[in-house]
Design a protein around this ligand. Structure first.
Ligand code: MSP
Length: 522
């Protein structure tokens, strides 16, 4: 995509029934890395995140805690969800809450529009409902448990909790009208749903036939009132999905809406159906553009199961960042797990990668090169002499890593992007070991060669700082300053990473980029 074009990316909005765990943080980090990368391409970038506050799940949690859902949500948003963004260094442009007035207005406008078009009717529904998912379930989505507290009962496969039978008079959205148009969309835009495994599941699901969607509830009132019938509130998913357009001016600021929408939607694969089936059908009904892509990433697993608070397997992000820092948190999850597949978190793997890749691989390289420029050239980066094949190889890798990392981002392959950047880390470490600048420094005769080697390494480090800044914003900002980089590190253009020159003088790094961890984590 050429510079200047719009790039809008949104995370799901998170339920405020509980505090965040590393699964939520994982989505946030991935979206933030992509947003930072696109910003560094010079694109008109917007990152949206927020909270999902209506529905039965939040209502029940509030009641169980002797409070109102609004007070509960206010408390959790301020004490847990907004602080999460700081803990893991998310640079979001906006934060939307479904209780915001701007959101509620957009939902009413949207719903009224569909009603006026004759796409909503009143009917009856009876079915199994999972409050954890906030969704009516089909037989396929349920299993009968044999053991444990719920033995003999039908439970939801995702939450392992019993479903309830609900029978209600509801309003329905004519989603079935959009079945063929959805199939045409998946066909004509094969990258609409990614990765392939999620796409296949979605296509199969729609091919089995779509029912109309119940979009209101009358048995409780924690939600947005249906404009033409105030005894109903809007179904929480129908409400929540609209946040993505409410936040960018739908119904209130046409120019802003035009500028931002459509978005790239990053979601966990558990909620891909809502985003790749219901959401585009809603948008088609309103004659609005569908999302640019829906990417369903994998789950963080604990003991082979999706990590979750309800199963008591949740790990709080600050349990990791307190010891390792936010950069390491970001790096670990983006590097160790193939984006799009499930992955297991382990403290051992995190510690090992921190030590080998961040501290020894990247951090040590930076410290050594800067220290040598200071020691042998008084901090002034020397001009190079004639280049050898080894020096040229470093330059070739700089460009190749930049190109490969950049194109991996377009495929949402964040892990591959990092692997390509690490080719340059490894190349530079091998180069230093091979060239032995400390030996070249021993004689005046090899002074020119020493100059070329340190100049080459200095250039490589600057390239790394630019390429790694979306993932490691703090360490690279520190490195950039030490290298005498000009402008903010986050303003550096990715495609120019291999061309940076720096001011030509270094200052000492304030400590190491990735300090030794004394205490093994819990
Ligand atoms: N509120 C809905 C989304 C509405 S979007 C219009 C919701 N919220 S949630 O808080 O339960 O989870 C949201 C997202 O958190 C998941 O889609 C996923 O992106 C992330 N994750 C939650 N648990 C996770 C893992 N164990 N692993 C990876 N991601 C996880 O669903």
């Amino acid at each position: 995509m050429p510079a200047g074009e719009s790039f809008y990316i949104a995370t799901p909005i998170f339920y405020v029934n509980d505090v965040p765990h590393i699964g939520h943080a994982y989505t946030e980090v991935a979206a933030d890395v992509l947003a930072r990368w696109h910003r560094q391409r010079g694109e008109d970038t917007w990152l949206l995140t927020g909270t999902d506050e209506h529905g039965q799940k939040i209502l029940r949690t509030a009641v169980a805690n002797d409070t109102t859902p609004q007070a509960w949500a206010d408390e959790l948003v301020e004490s847990a969800w907004k602080p999460l963004l700081k803990t893991i260094d998310i640079r979001n442009d906006d934060f939307i809450r479904t209780t915001d007035e701007r959101h509620e207005k957009a939902v009413v406008t949207f719903l009224q529009n569909l009603y006026d078009k004759g796409l909503i009717y009143s009917g009856e529904y009876e079915g199994y409902y999972c409050v954890g998912c906030e969704e009516y379930k089909q037989q396929d989505d349920l299993v009968e448990t044999e053991t444990g507290d719920y033995a003999g009962q039908l439970v939801c496969k995702i939450h392992s909790r019993p479903v309830e039978i609900l029978k209600e008079k509801n309003y329905f959205f004519r989603m079935s009208d959009f079945e063929q148009r959805l199939l045409d969309l998946y066909e004509s835009q094969p990258d609409f749903v990614q990765p392939e495994s999620v796409r296949n599941e979605i296509v199969q699901f729609v091919k089995q036939g779509l029912s109309d969607l119940s979009i209101s509830r009358s048995s409780f009132d924690w939600g947005i009132k249906v404009p033409w019938d105030e005894s109903h509130v809007v179904y929480v998913w129908f409400d929540a999905l609209l946040n993505y357009i409410a936040a960018v001016g739908y119904g209130s600021d046409d120019a802003e809406f035009e500028r931002r929408w459509p978005a790239v939607q990053l979601v966990g694969k558990d909620i891909a159906r809502f985003h790749a089936v219901i959401w585009p059908a809603m948008l088609m009904a309103a004659e609005l553009p569908v999302p640019r892509n829906v990417f369903g990433h994998g789950w963080l697993l604990v003991g082979g199961e999706k990590m979750s608070k309800s199963k008591l397997t949740g790990i709080a992000p600050n349990q990791i960042t307190d010891t390792f820092g936010s950069d390491a948190f970001r790096y670990y999850f983006m590097r160790a797990i193939n984006f799009g597949q499930d992955g297991s978190f382990s403290w051992e793997d995190l510690s090992a990668r921190y030590q080998a890749e961040l501290a020894n691989g990247f951090g040590n390289l930076a410290s050594r090169v800067i220290a040598m420029v200071q020691r042998y050239f008084d901090g002034q980066v020397p001009e190079p002499g004639e280049l050898t094949d080894a020096d040229r190889r470093v330059r070739i890798t700089e460009q190749a890593s930049t190109d490969a990392a950049d194109s991996a981002i377009d495929r949402f392959a964040i892990h591959e992007s990092l692997a390509s950047i690490w080719n340059l880390v490894d190349e530079l470490n091998g180069y230093i070991t091979e060239q032995e600048p400390w030996n070249l420094a021993k004689s005046e005769e090899t002074r020119e060669r020493l100059a070329t080697v340190l100049h080459t390494a200095y250039r490589g480090l600057g390239t790394l700082a630019v390429l790694l800044s979306p993932v490691l914003p703090q360490a690279t900002a520190k490195l950039w300053t030490a290298l005498g980089g000009e402008g903010g590190i986050d303003e550096q253009v990715i495609s120019e990473a291999a061309k940076w020159r720096g001011s030509g003088s270094v200052t000492g790094l304030d400590g190491t980029l990735f300090p030794r961890i004394e205490q093994p984590a819990a």
